[in-house]
Design a protein around this ligand. Sequence first.
Ligand code: AMP
Length: 189
Amino acid sequence: MPGSDQEAARPSGAGASDGLAALLLSRIRDVPDYPKPGIVFKDITPLLADGPAFAAAVQALADGSTGVTTVAGIEARGFILAAPVAYVLGAGFVPVRKGGKLPAATHAQSYELEYGEATIEVHTDAIAPGDRVLIVDDVLATGGTAAATAELVRRAGATVTGIAVLLEIEFLRGRAKLPNLDVRAVLAV
Ligand code: AMP
């Protein structure tokens, strides 16, 4: 999990207005050296615990998306944001889980981590050809997780309408792994 050496959070070039960005950033806690030395973990639990901030974050993630049939949330914090975004958009919610967690038949996609490899899965019957899928997660870091999720959606025959994240860690250049995709970050640091 990357995130080391990043600057202090500041409102910048992302989707939220300055006032909203300041509110949301004030509710995201930096936890240095978690889960291992050198990583600055972006902890969104204070934001989730603040009703107005949570509602504003969900609305900002949903803004600008039309014609979405399905919102895919990435385990685990992506679930918490994606489910209310799906509700706001009148879309279905589909969980994208780490390997071995889903009970029925799955599509699986492996991708590179900083060290080693990870696998994510989605149920084969969760996304159908013709579906229009918005991918939601809390943090965009190196982009590997979002890119693998987009690949799972394409393999199901569906279209990725966009990738919406609460916070983008810009120096990790995750967007470079997501060419030709509409990547929208509510906040950027
Ligand atoms: P990546 O594939 O590198 O873009 O990593 C994205 C996934 O890892 C997301 O599901 C995030 O929840 C998590 N993640 C990566 N880096 C961090 C970080 N510094 N703080 C919190 N979550 C992170």
